[in-house]
Design a protein around this ligand. Structure first.
Ligand code: NAI
Length: 267
């Protein structure tokens, strides 16, 4: 269904790796709603070919950028403005990766140089994206920036490990930078705290299927899908949400406000 909510808007979407990626669904939905976009991912992700396929399908230029590199980000935003024909109206940051999780290091035995790399990729990159956009004056007035988070920023989910602190940092950057961007030119910054979703990053967490099923039972509406997350992103990129900023918004079928669910006891 299209209501042309993003007609005439220009966007940059980070993080589409394959068809399961949340960013993949967001990109499809933004274009269906009338936006013009560019797609970006880390140069290593280009090898898998998924993002190029999506670019062809959506008629979107694909511009590689390591989100931890300021040089890559400057190049990305100047090429995006060129390709899209003006300043950027919306940006999706959908990037997450933990080196310690990937290499099976438990939370009480973390390697700190890996932890720093994890924070750089999963959280500091969000600040780098915003600072680059800010300094280049690349965002349109009343633009919208969204990052994707998870409730482990507030509550303990042991297997989520150092990604919990990454998400806490990410959400804090949204609040702090949200202030500066609103003051500069009314740009809003929010994070969406999404349900567990079957993606490459999601499945990297130990016991993810059990985790997914538990959350599904605990949430009265069930887990929010990647497609539903894409709809929520469209709302946040559209003019209908122009006074919402500096928020962490739960998109989780009600999970975050539940105490106990009879469904879990029934089995
Ligand atoms: P995904 O694996 O499809 O996407 C993660 C993306 O990060 C990939 O496209 C990867 O290439 C990119 N990336 C990694 N390092 C990068 C770098 N240095 N520069 C640029 N891009 C880089 O998985 P998913 O689940 O779609 O992840 C998107 C976001 O959603 C992440 O922030 C994740 O933490 C968040 N999220 C995911 C949930 C889930 O259960 N899958 C739940 C809540 C939030």
């Amino acid at each position: 269904m299209s209501n042309n909510l993003l007609a005439g808007k220009r966007g940059v979407i980070f993080g589409a790796l394959d068809e399961d990626s949340i960013a993949w669904k967001v990109a499809e939905q933004c274009v269906a709603q009338g936006a013009k976009i560019t797609l970006t991912n880390a140069p290593v992700a280009m090898r898998f070919g998924g993002v190029q396929k999506l670019g062809e399908k959506l008629n979107a230029e694909v511009i590689p950028a390591d989100a931890t590199s300021l040089e890559d980000l400057e190049n990305l935003f100047s090429k995006s403005m060129e390709a899209l024909g003006g300043k950027i109206d919306f940006v999706l940051h959908a990037i997450g990766m933990s080196l310690n999780v990937r290499k099976n290091r438990g939370y009480t035995d973390l390697k700190y140089d890996w932890m720093q790399k994890t924070f750089d990729i999963s959280a500091i990159s969000f600040h780098k994206v915003m600072q680059t956009l800010y300094q280049m004056d690349a965002m349109s007035d009343w633009g919208s920036i969204v990052g994707l988070s998870y409730i482990a920023a507030q509550r303990t989910f042991p297997d989520y490990s150092e990604m919990a602190e990454s998400k806490a940092l990410l959400e804090s950057f949204a609040r702090s930078f949200g202030y500066h961007f609103a003051e500069k030119n009314k740009v809003r910054v929010n994070t969406i705290s999404q349900s567990p979703t079957m993606t490459t990053a999601g499945k990297g967490i130990k016991g993810f299927q059990e985790f997914f099923d538990y959350a599904d039972k605990m949430s009265p509406l069930g887990n929010a899908s990647a497609e539903a997350c894409a709809d929520y992103c469209v709302l946040l990129f559209s003019d209908l949400s122009r006074m919402v900023t500096m928020q962490n918004l739960y998109h989780d079928g009600g999970f975050s406000n539940m105490g106990m669910s009879p469904k879990l006891i029934e089995g």
